[in-house]
Every structure is written in structure tokens, then in C-alpha cells.
Design a binder for this molecule. Sequence first.
Ligand SMILES: [Zn+2]
Length: 363
Amino acid sequence: MIVEGAILDRSGPRAAYVRVQAGRIVEVGSIGCDSTRGRERRIRGIVTPAPVNGHTHLADFLSVREPPAGSLADLVRPPDGYKFRLLGSASPAAKRAAMHSALRWMERQGIGATLDFREEGIDGARLLRAAARGSSVRPVILGRPPAGEIAGPDLEALLEVADGIGISSVREESAARRRRFAQACRRSGKLWALHASESVRESPDDYLDPRPDLIVHLTRATTDDLLEVKSARATVAVCPRSNALFGRHPPLAEMERLGLPVMLGTDNGMLRPPTLFREAEFAYVASRLAHRPVSASFIARSLLVTPWDLLGHPDRATIEPGGPAPPLILRLPPEDPEYQIVTRAGEQVIVPPGSPDHRGSGR
Ligand SMILES: [Zn+2]
């Protein structure tokens, strides 16, 4: 199949055609110059790398009801917030089914990977691995060590299953434990991540010690805080819909102005399904509502490029022949691709990776 229209990847948007066979890119070039001489089916659209969900708690998908009213702490604070009571009362099979279901939602949106904060220690990490077996969405599991003493071998065992460690925040973990976790992650080449400055401002002196690879939220961060995050070369995951539920707005425009590497995440699965494109549209609209507009280009990059750099797969953010993974194909107008992706993308315009079109079966 030939997609005629535009490419949007690390190098930005440009007019082009892309020829796809068996889900892989075999040819890229200027429109009208492809080698098939009209013998292959063609559609108009946009081709991008697979987007990445920068922050999830997929097991929270256990609850699909409207979340109870209450503060952020009532809902998600360990050890006995609403979500921890949900997790504590559910069977492993129910949690695995919830995560599987959340991953299916993401498959239908062409998501390539999700960075998931997986509570419940090694059992929790194992459960997500099991739930993701056979899925086209790669779970990047940021496991959470149990409270209290943890033996060295237990920490190593967690990091054998997980892709890193993700803690609640510096208020729940001592500096000594944080250093130990961060060191273990460095030693094994894995990611060290935490939530910070979500409901109240926390000091970068705390959350940047030791230096994290990934910081989630920073809703309450000041410009000076963001500058420190930038010099620490940490990537930030922002969850605008989750923040909005509690009346907050992340300083996305300031992050764009300062040039921080930002990803978007859909956060807790009990608050909403992991619909990343809706998150992107909300980020765009909400930034205007707050009179601090963020560009479509910055939001598109946060979905398609920045996460792959953090994950050590910069090649996955480029559309070129022989690329390492199937691209995302969207039946969208090729004009202004960044704006299309942010405001119009969704399941209804995605050519599913398993479809005959994607396989390129010709006419
Ligand atoms: Zn979170």
C-alpha cells in the first residue's frame, strides 16, 4: 500500500509518500515518484512513528465507575487511598484482566509502548508482563519496591522483571531508600522515576536527589524548578486531564519555552481509559483555556519522539525504509500534520496494523 500525504517524525512534518509492505516501510519519497506506477492501492494520509503513553497505572483500570469525589490524596495516596484499596481487594486474575483490557485500548490506537508505574513489588511487575504477553504495546514497567526493609537480592529480582523503579514521591520514600533504588537502576541500566510537585510544590533539591531519568507531573513547579530539571537532563511526563480533575493545570507552555523533553501520559486507569490522542487534544485546548498556549508541534513531539529517546530507541522516532517497527498510518488530511495529529487523531482514522491495507496486499 502507498500512503500519499505527509510524514511526521523526528525531522518534523513534510510532504511525502510512504510505501508499506507487511507492516514495514519499504519506500519513502516525493509524491508522484513511487516505483509502483499505480499498481498498488493508495490512500491519502499521514505516517508517523508509533506514539508512546508517557505515564499510566494500568491496573487501576480495575474500576470503570466514576471515581468518588475527594482530594488527590483520598484517591491515590499510598498506602490506603481509594486506588490502593481497589488493588488490595482484587484478585491477581482480576488485575491481570484489567491491565490486558487497558493494553487492548492502546493497541487500537496504535500505541507502541507505555511507561507504567506498577505498584505491588515483584508480583505486580510479573502480573503486567503476563498481561502484556502477545500485545503489540510494549509495557515499560517501573516497579515499586514494597515499604519497609528490602533485601538486596529482592531488589535485584524486581529489576530483573521490571524496566526500572517508579516511586510515589519523595514524601513517601526516605533519601536513603531513594539513593539505593537509583543506584540499583543505574547498575542495571534501568530507569529511575518518581512523581513530583503534583498537588503541592516540592523542592528540586529533594526530587532531583538522586537524579531521576523521569519525573511525572511537576504541576506546581516554578520556572526556576523547571530550569533545574532541565539541567539535570530529566524527562518530564505530564498528565493534563488527570491534573484538571483536581483543578490544576501543568505549566506546559513554560516547559515548551524552556525546551524540556516532555511526554504526555493518561495516568490512573480508574479515572479514564488510556486514550492518548484525547489527552493530546485536551492538552492543546486546556493550554488555551489557561491563556498559556502550547504549540501542536510540541505536543506531537511529546507523543512521537521524546519517549523513544528516553527509552533508548531514537531510531523508532524516524520514518524511513527498513525502520525497526511498524509505523502508524492515519487517514487524515496531510495539511498541517502536527495539528491533525493533536486535534483529529483517534481510533476512527487509524489503519489497524493487522489490516490487509497495512500488510500491503496490493489491489
Ligand atoms: Zn502516576
